[in-house]
Ligand binder design. Structure first.
Ligand SMILES: *Cc1c(COP(=O)(O)O)cnc(C)c1O
Length: 463
């Protein structure tokens, strides 16, 4: 996922160490709207605010580190996806990106459906009033108890991931006297990440049933024979942080090819096709994601064209954006603890969190940006690496970025675009207490997921 090194511009030190950084921005006080949530602004006093609440007040009231989520931005993005796809398609928010009861309520109000991939995510959805028939249940190893629960409450669909699961779900549904709506997840041999996709990817992965070798066709054959199942469609998910639609084009071509084979063999036209999620967002100023309406238009055109060519009725399309809905809506607020210049290399800035609240940099070599948010500065830009407080040298939050050279302990810095896969992947490494998620809207801030306490952790440790 990493980009090739950019030519470096002028900076404070003579020699630039190897790295993936752009030239220092000319003005570190200006916030790039592309990577920040919609209502984030820098006020006249130099303090950054979101939803009308200054970050200094948020830090005082809720402590740091904290995830700060712009509720208006979340709702606007959810609505944009909903509107873009209209009433002939469904948008399932991928709950694994970030799920809480407040988020479920917002999704419900904005007309989005929800993807879950565990019994506990399902429980969260139901407890916040998401109707079960608007929930899709995913996963490559759903337990019998999870399947039973999903079928009993009447989830809208279960996405089948293996031959064994086809039989398992059919059996459980039948024993409950139900016929479960299902899709089959296939792998089409397309792998897409950021700016490239591979049309002939090895299907060497744990998810889905390969189209290759007729395995997907065989799965369909079996599913159609089982009384407990109502096969409604085919599912394909090709990657993450994708900007280029051509991967979807190849995937849709292959999925529609299967639909055509199914029609020819069984005389059945499956009514649905799900193209998964994976749409990219801007983590840094270099990223240029597409708008939901452009994505909707492109995907609809691709599927319609492929179906026309195969003389199939165009099935109902669904998509499953997670990151593209929630990612840009939040930032992580940290307090600077130490600033350690390493001569000729870079300056290490330690914050009061780290890989326990954002594992993506360590796990995927992800790129982020960062800004000083508690004040402005006219100091020169300095090349920094923002690191956490954990006992691990890979504990990096932002690999390469520029912050003002007068940065000091006590300053607040924020890392934008941390709404997806940060709180949901957070850990208790070093017995870190997982940060709260604070939702801000119309000048008010409220905790939607509270900070963990020492008591929370010690309660689990039963001695
Ligand atoms: C992870 C995942 C998604 C969401 O991916 P994003 O990159 O967050 O959009 C959607 N569908 C499936 C099946 C997934 O595994």
């Amino acid at each position: 996922m990493s980009r090739s090194a950019h030519p470096a511009g002028p900076r404070h030190a003579d020699v630039l160490p190897e790295g993936h950084y752009a030239a220092p921005p000319t003005d570190l006080n200006t916030l790039d709207a592309k990577v920040w949530a919609q209502t984030v602004t820098r006020d006249a006093d130099g303090v950054v605010s979101v939803g009308g609440v200054p970050v200094t007040r948020l830090a005082e009231e809720f402590g740091t580190p904290a995830y700060v989520m712009d509720e208006a931005d979340f709702r606007a993005r959810a609505r944009a996806w909903r509107t873009a796809f209209g009433h002939d398609a469904d948008v399932f928010y991928a709950g694994k990106a970030f799920l809480s009861r407040a988020v479920v309520r917002w999704l419900n109000e904005e007309g989005l459906n929800l993807d879950v991939c565990s019994g506990t995510e399902l429980a969260t959805a139901l407890s916040a009033g998401m109707p079960a028939d608007r929930v899709a249940f995913h996963g490559n190893n759903k337990s019998a108890a999870e399947i039973e629960r999903a079928v009993s409450v009447g989830v809208g669909r279960i996405v089948l991931d293996s031959f064994q699961e086809i039989v398992r779900v059919a059996h459980i549904a039948q024993s409950l006297g139900k016929r479960q709506r299902v899709q089959i997840r296939i792998t089409v041999g397309v792998e897409a990440h950021t700016h490239e996709f591979i049309a002939t990817a090895h299907e060497d992965q744990k998810f889905g049933i390969p189209l290759a070798g007729g395995q997907a066709a065989e799965a369909v054959r079996r599913a159609l024979q089982l009384d407990g199942l109502e096969l409604i469609g085919i599912h394909s998910h090709i990657g993450s942080q994708i900007f280029d639609m051509s991967g979807f084009e190849v995937a849709a071509h292959r999925v529609v090819g299967l639909l055509k084979d199914i029609r020819d063999e069984h005389g059945v036209e499956l009514p649905e096709i799900d193209l998964g999620g994976g749409l990219g967002i801007a983590y840094t100023s270099d990223d240029d994601p597409r708008e939901p309406h452009e994505i909707a238009k492109a995907l609809t055109e691709i599927v319609t064209r492929e179906c026309d060519a195969a003389r199939l009725r165009t099935p109902r399309i669904s998509v499953e954006p997670g990151r593209a809905v929630v990612g840009p809506t939040a930032f992580t607020l940290y307090e600077v603890g130490t600033v350690k210049p390493l001569e000729g290399l870079r300056t290490y800035v330690s914050v009061d969190g780290g890989m326990s609240d954002n594992i993506r940099t360590a796990l995927y070599d992800a790129e982020y940006s960062v800004a000083l948010v508690s004040r402005t500065s006219d100091a020169e830009p300095m090349l920094v690496r923002v690191v956490g407080k954990h006992c691990e040298s890979g504990d990096i939050v932002v690999k390469d970025a520029f912050l003002p050279a007068d940065l000091a302990p006590g300053d607040l810095i924020a890392v934008p675009a941390t709404g997806a896969y940060c709180r949901s992947m957070a850990s208790n490494y070093n017995h870190a207490l997982r940060p709260p998620v604070v939702a801000v809207a119309d000048g008010e801030a409220r905790v939607i997921v509270r900070r963990e306490t020492e008591d929370d952790l010690l309660r689990l440790d039963v001695g």
